[in-house]
Design a protein around this ligand. Structure first.
Ligand code: TMP
Ligand code: ZN
Length: 433
């Protein structure tokens, strides 16, 4: 079976059913971003799948044109939630917002879809809730079980929801953090949620925010797992069609700008908070319904890839040694789209055991441990894990102070040093005072 046999082409919009698509960007056949490889002499048989994005002119869902079979993507999935201060703080915030805004009492039942190793559910458990994780990645579900979080190694669907409701009762909170954008059959999820959710329950989903992705040119967050790029208006349309209602939304900074969207039963007790209509109005003002906005995004993507490639190649021509900081999935999109490889980046440093010793899909840059990176410190790090910029720059103060530099992507590709960071900090401090 060839790689393209395991990818389905999207015909109708998964949110509104229309089939009027605007092309946005096309990155061509690209390997799966979380398929880290064992080092080999040749990577000629590495599977590649189309990675193209279109926008629905009716509801403005942005989606990939091809859906890779979830059995291929997720059964042997090795992505584990990053063990970082930023994520820990964020998961605590999610738990707090759910509990405080929606009066979730102690002893409530909390279910998480795509629960990974169970870190988010542990926070609910420690607050006195009953928890259940549902995650199809068998080895990751087993890790969660070992950590004391009961986890079904299944895909969530209308039928899983029904059997959980029968075996465990209905849930007060259902969570889907950064999994919802990975799901093709969102209608089945909505039906499942309607069955499993208590009448006054909330379904809290977290997705990267399409508005942030477009405005900040975060095109590297496009990879095969991320099928949908959602605006609040699009989610409101989706849930309304399935007897549910968006009741609140919060913009949050994780993963380059995300939204935490709270959904209740259409006839449930929760009033819609003003933030929902406010963000939908903001999306209209920002041009999310206009073809021109998506054409501008495509032009910005071209500019960023050209300027980053020129910056890296210029430094290499000056004899500088460059390595990647972090080996996140999005780095694989970035390097593949820019055509950067082992001649440009000597290695990527990453804290994840499962990635160390492997090579990156597509670009085939080797992944090394942070210890190796300290012993072979480059002149410049390309900050691929840019969603942790603050935390990483703080952690790498010694590297910076010894003259090391970072290539950062936002707001545009540029080099930062200890001096330029200190100057930027004093400008910010002057503005604050
Ligand atoms: P994520 O954005 O998908 O969580 O991926 C971030 C990657 O960056 C993950 O593989 C871990 C890695 N990383 C480091 O190597 N060092 C760090 O300090 C942080 C925060 C992440
Ligand atoms: Zn649509």
């Amino acid at each position: 079976m060839s790689a393209s046999d395991s990818a389905r082409q999207v015909v109708e919009c998964r949110v509104c059913g229309a089939a009027d698509w605007q092309e946005v960007v096309s990155f061509g056949p690209v390997p799966l971003a979380n398929s880290y490889l064992d080092p080999a002499d040749s990577y000629d048989d590495e599977p590649r799948y189309p990675l193209d994005v279109v926008s629905c002119r009716s509801c403005r869902l942005m989606t990939l044109t091809h859906v890779v079979d979830p059995e291929v993507l997720y059964r042997d999935y090795s992505y584990v939630t990053s063990d970082s201060e930023t994520m820990d703080r964020h998961m605590r915030l999610v738990a707090k917002l759910c509990r405080e805004r929606f009066d979730v009492p102690e002893g409530s039942f909390v279910v998480e879809l795509g629960s990974n190793t169970g870190e988010q559910l542990m926070i609910f458990r420690d607050a006195g809730m009953r928890t259940l994780g549902i995650d199809p990645a068998r080895s990751i579900a087993a890790v969660a079980e070992e950590q004391g979080i009961e986890t079904l190694p299944e895909f969530f669907s209308a039928s899983t929801a029904k059997s959980v409701a029968e075996s465990h009762g209905q849930a007060r909170v259902i969570l889907g953090r950064h999994v919802f954008a990975h799901i093709d059959h969102v209608a089945g999820i909505a039906v499942g949620v309607r069955n499993l959710l208590e009448p006054e329950g909330v379904f809290a989903i977290e997705v990267p925010y399409a508005l942030d992705m477009l405005e900040r040119t975060e095109f590297d967050t496009i990879y095969h797992e991320h099928l949908s790029y959602y605006a609040v208006g699009t989610l409101a349309t989706l849930f309304e069609r399935h007897g549910l209602r968006v009741i609140d939304v919060e913009r949050i900074s994780v993963h380059g700008g995300s939204i935490l969207v709270f959904v209740g039963h259409g006839d449930g007790p929760w009033q819609q908070r003003p933030a929902v209509k406010e963000l939908i109005a903001l999306e209209e003002r920002a041009g999310l319904h206009d073809d021109a906005t998506y054409r501008e995004f495509a032009a910005k993507v071209r500019n960023v890839t050209e300027s980053l490639t020129a910056l890296v190649r210029g430094l290499r021509a000056d004899g500088k040694r460059i390595a990647g900081y972090g080996a996140p999935a999005k780095g694989n999109t970035l390097l593949t789209v820019c055509g950067l490889g082992p001649d440009d980046l000597e290695f990527c440093s990453d804290t994840t055991d499962l990635k160390q010793g492997k090579v990156l899909p597509g670009s085939h840059v080797p992944v090394r441990t942070p210890e190796y990176a300290r012993e072979h410190a480059p002149d410049h790090y390309l900050l691929l894990a840019w969603n942790y910029t603050e935390e990483i720059l703080r952690k790498e103060r010694a590297f910076l102070e010894s003259g090391g530099k970072f290539i950062v992507l936002h707001p545009e590709p540029s080099v930062v040093s200890a001096e330029s960071l200190a100057a930027a900090e004093s400008v910010a401090a002057a503005r604050r005072s």
